[in-house]
Ligand binder design. Sequence first.
Ligand code: SF4
Ligand code: SF4
Length: 186
Amino acid sequence: MKKVIILGNDTTIFYKKIRFYRFLKFLGYHFELKYKDDSVKKSEEINNIIKILNTKGRKNTYSLIYDYACDVLDQEFVCHNLCDFKNDRCASKRNKNSKHHSCCEGTKRGLCKHFDKKTKRCGIKSIACKLFVCPYLMKKGVKYRVNKVVYLKYFLSFRQKTICYASFFEDKDQVIKKFMNIFRWY
Ligand code: SF4
Ligand code: SF4
């Protein structure tokens, strides 16, 4: 079974219908995206949503949702230079004159075991860490909620969203395993 989605420049209806499309996905539909005419702007986000809808299997679907969501959060932090690292220390730690370099380090917990000292980056893909905003950034008005990330908003249940907030220091596979334990249509 095939569902052709015709997209115009007003994408509001498309987003409103995502939950219905998810139901069609459950019934085994394949989705094809067409544009009304050449004037319609192509959207990477909508293309990604169609890819999620066309992905077979719950695990593969969650994997794609997770990857797209992480990409969005990474881009947000990097593009807006939110943590503003200078000499390997973030703005918050510099501001507090702390000996730590970022929130990957804590007084009691020390440096996180997932922090790769060579690359000076996180070695895993933890969505909770990516959603985390420290009090210093919060004061500056930065806030990330799961519903700000389209892929999480439309494709996860309330409980799965809670898992996103709570799974600090956990890698993609561990989080997806938790998602899988909660019933969804796909
Ligand atoms: S979220 Fe805050 S504490 Fe963590 S790296 Fe960014 S500025 Fe530093
Ligand atoms: S898991 Fe979280 S705290 Fe640990 S290195 Fe990665 S981002 Fe930092």
